[in-house]
Design a protein around this ligand. Structure first.
Ligand code: CMC
Length: 429
């Protein structure tokens, strides 16, 4: 009997089965052979919310949630955040290696020259109400890209995948800035190819219409780049799972990215930083924290920005963001919410409820405070998450498309409803 296997005894029949173990996993399909009789469909595994199921092999991002480790293609997030740029990080995530100088300059050129969106997109964004949530505008407009780039459907063509990759990474900030300016009633600012990726984003957001030679403060430009690096990928999270699941039926990647954006929108995922700010605003003063914590512990709401499905330790991204927050505050002034957040973190980390459940600050706890200090309305927070996560979504989508083990994602169910009922006409019900 091989050591790397599981012996299963089915007590219903007394039969024994050998199930191979590889990479610390057993294959769910190996359990299908376990049946009571010939009519039996076979044993399935049940895992609502995928709490203990690997859905793919991936070589992109590694997380050790207990130790608080995050690596992109094997490089620790701390080093990437310190030395890299968002565009170089995107290249690393997509292609597996850090680029040479030539590869990097070609890559930056290709992204820079795809930042423009079709002129009709302006009309599209204008069609949304002035008070629309910018994330709703982003979801709709990214989906609309599929109507312009019909070659996006050629998902099996590597050259097409490459082109759509440039388009998606390049156009997300442009659409995000269009959405932002729409909510402000401001005219659109076109991309500026002389600026870096984060500086161009700042320009599209904040440049005055008649302003020449706009350049953001380098501290601001770097802070946005670091925030983008930290949000670029996070293995099989809810939105990445959506990207892979939708992409598995092989639509164009713009449609799949719209689905990923929609998944990110929710308050338990990318919408959490928005909720953190609402929560801090609601607490209002340090003196109200103990009462707020008491209510969280009583089950009346959650401490937003705390807890993570994978991290059972301090989220390494939260540590870096906390440092970046101080750099930004030196430039734009301290956000008064920071004091409430720091005290909230201190009290929660000493409280038995949070300690026993291993609830630590996650990436969203401090990111919102920075975004607010930069003048973003809370509705823009998930949009600021979606821009860089596009690199991760596209890297994961490309990995899925070229993985011979993958098929259309189609889970099973345990049916718990009625069977074989006789239809009753409405007059007799
Ligand atoms: N505040 C208070 N209690 C919490 C929290 C929280 N933020 N998170 C989890 N718990 C409790 C939960 O009530 C449960 O307690 P009990 O065992 O007594 O029922 C226990 O901790 C386990 O929680 P869970 O809901 O089973 O954990 P999960 O892995 O399903 O949820 C989570 C992970 C991130 C959805 C959750 O921690 C949460 O809702 N956090 C607040 C929202 C948030 O900050 N989300 C951002 C996640 S990081 C960025 C991203 O992925 O987008």
């Amino acid at each position: 009997m091989p050591n790397d296997s599981l012996t299963v005894t089915d007590n219903r029949t007394g039969k024994q089965y050998e199930v191979p173990i590889s990479d610390g996993t057993v294959r769910a399909i190996d359990f299908r052979q376990i049946r009571v009789d010939d009519d039996d469909f076979g044993l399935m595994t049940y895992d609502p919310a995928f709490t203990n199921t690997a859905s793919c092999r991936s070589a992109i991002t590694f997380i050790d949630g207990d130790k608080g480790i995050l690596e992109y293609r094997g490089y620790p997030i701390e080093q990437v955040a310190e030395h890299s740029t968002y565009l170089e990080t995107a290249y690393l995530l997509l292609f597996g290696e850090l680029p040479t100088a030539t590869q990097l300059s070609e890559w930056v050129h290709n992204i820079t020259y795809h930042t423009m969106v079709h002129e009709n997109t302006k009309k599209f964004v204008d069609g949304f109400n002035y008070d629309s949530h910018p994330m709703g505008m982003l979801v709709g407009t990214v989906a609309a890209l599929s109507t312009y780039y019909k070659d996006g459907k050629d998902v099996d063509d590597p050259a097409s995948r490459e082109l759509q990759t440039w388009r998606l990474i390049a156009k997300m900030p442009t659409i995000a800035a269009y959405a932002y300016r729409r909510t402000r009633g401001l005219p659109i600012i076109y991309p500026d190819n002389d600026l870096s990726f984060p500086a161009n984003f700042c320009s599209m957001l904040w440049r005055q219409v008649a302003e020449k030679d706009y350049k953001p403060d380098p501290v601001l430009e770097r802070a946005i780049d670091v925030l983008f690096i930290l949000h670029a990928d996070h293995e099989q999270n809810c939105s990445t799972n959506a990207m892979r699941a939708v992409g598995s039926s092989r639509p164009d990647p713009f449609s799949a990215t719209a689905a990923a954006c929609a998944a990110l929108y929710g308050p338990l995922h990318g919408g959490a930083n928005e909720e953190v700010l609402r929560m801090l605003d609601h607490i209002g003063d340090i003196k109200n924290i103990p009462d707020f914590i008491k209510r969280v512990k009583a089950g009346e709401g959650r401490l937003m920005g705390f807890g993570h499905r994978v991290y059972k330790n301090y989220d390494p991204r939260a540590k870096i963001i906390k440092r970046t927050a101080y750099e930004v505050f030196d430039l734009v002034g301290r956000n008064p919410m920071l004091d409430i957040a720091l005290e909230l973190e201190k009290i929660a980390l000493e409280d038995e409820y949070f300690i026993s459940r291993k609830l630590y600050p996650n990436v969203d706890f401090y990111s919102g405070i920075i975004y607010q200090a930069l003048g973003f309305p809370v509705e823009m927070f998930p949009v600021l998450f979606a821009i860089p996560r596009t690199a991760g979504w596209v890297a994961q989508w490309r990995e899925m498309i070229t993985d011979s083990e993958q098929k259309i994602a189609r889970p099973r169910q345990i049916y718990s409803g009625n069977r074989g009922r006789e239809y009753v006409p409405v007059s007799e019900r």
